[in-house]
Ligand binder design. Sequence first.
Ligand SMILES: C[S@@+](CC[C@H](N)C(=O)[O-])C[C@H]1O[C@@H](n2cnc3c(N)ncnc32)[C@H](O)[C@@H]1O
Length: 248
Amino acid sequence: MSNLDLSVSSFLEDGFNLKNHLIKFLHINNEQLDQRLIKGVDDLAALHPGAFNKHDAEDFYEEKVGDAHLIDLASWHLNSSSYIADTLRLQQKFAFGKVLDFGGGIGTHALAASFLSDVEHVWFVDLNPQNRSFVEQRAKQLCIEDKISIHRDLESISDVMFDSIICLDVLEHLPDPSRQLHIFMEKLSPEGVALMNWYFYKGKNEEYPFHFDDPDMIRKFFVTLQLNFIEVFHPFLITTRAYKLLRK
Ligand SMILES: C[S@@+](CC[C@H](N)C(=O)[O-])C[C@H]1O[C@@H](n2cnc3c(N)ncnc32)[C@H](O)[C@@H]1O
């Protein structure tokens, strides 16, 4: 425990021991993992059943994706580690108290948040049961399971007001991201901070077929955002923005 290091530099070294954690969780060897990591994004896109409607989206993440999203996200975090590192630096600058990592994926941000001295506890929420088991296993391996609670949804976390909400690369996966902002408004403490980004785009070559991109939905999202949140400047050159609640 005393040697535990979940700092940004430790993430840059090995993604918090990510490959070893995957090998153990997936019961595969190093070579098999490397093969899967090369094809991560393509494998996830290939699972996609065609255009989503509102009801398909939850099923897709909860039942169809399986461990494909673990591989896709691992490949991204390892290959774009300097970008992810900046999101961790941003989290380090702002996160405090009770932290929610909504749609937390492979747990990079939740694990790193639990290591910050200003953070009291982290709630990791993800629809995908494989992601939840993986992050639970990682937290145990890193001996920080007491600092992280793992949940399928926000409904199963009663009465917690969060001081920090982290929601990275998730809003474009939701059929109604404006509604999600309203939920965040209710769950964020008055002095709390929300770190969010979004990518409402299916990609130049449809490489992200599971992203929602309806123009009316996007407009509604920005109206809700701009009427209820005020941006806080930060110096990192990344898409993620920091917000406080705009009290009228
Ligand atoms: C692109 S990943 C982002 C993961 C992580 N935030 C990151 O930055 O690496 C999107 C995640 O959102 C999760 N997700 C999608 N819809 C969700 C929902 N309605 N509630 C909770 N999690 C959801 C997926 O299972 C997936 O892990």
